[in-house]
Design a protein around this ligand. Structure first.
Ligand SMILES: C[S@@+](CC[C@H](N)C(=O)[O-])C[C@H]1O[C@@H](n2cnc3c(N)ncnc32)[C@H](O)[C@@H]1O
Length: 125
């Protein structure tokens, strides 16, 4: 199956270019999760919005479909998806973390990131 067939049939199979129209690279810029985000979501494995927004954008090559995170924790992936205008579904085993995510997601999706990429700063929608 060619990539074009895969994209047509399953809307997946490749990585989406960045919003500034560059190919998604082999190296993803990241950082330690900022204190501001750790203050919002006190999950021991919290990932930075700057990293997750790049990944969720790339994961939907046609910009269609849903980001699904079956191990949602505090909901950082869901917040990143919402921040760039993608639909998402999160699943979390522990009710305490689920409750944390309900509070954290609306706050995380609004944070500005420290990485010097314009499109990571604000929601694209
Ligand atoms: C690595 S953490 C995710 C952290 C998340 N990316 C964040 O930034 O907050 C993995 C999460 O998966 C949850 N988990 C583990 N087993 C699970 C299962 N079977 N179903 C759903 N969630 C599960 C854990 O409770 C934990 O919160």
């Amino acid at each position: 199956m060619k990539l074009s067939d895969c994209l047509r049939e399953f809307q997946t199979g490749g990585l989406r270019c960045t919003p500034d129209d560059k190919p998604f690279g082999d190296v993803i810029l990241s950082e330690r999760t900022p204190q501001l985000e750790r203050d919002i979501a006190g999950h021991p494995s919290l990932k930075p919005q700057s990293f997750l927004r790049q990944v969720v954008h790339a994961a939907l090559p046609l910009g269609e479909g849903f980001i699904v995170d079956p191990f949602m924790g505090s909901g950082s992936t869901i917040a990143a998806a919402e921040a760039i205008g993608s639909h998402s579904i999160g699943i979390e085993r522990f009710f305490d973390y689920y409750e944390l995510s309900c509070v954290a997601i609306p706050k995380l999706l609004g944070v500005k990131t420290y990485l010097a990429k314009e499109w990571l700063q604000l929601p694209l929608i």
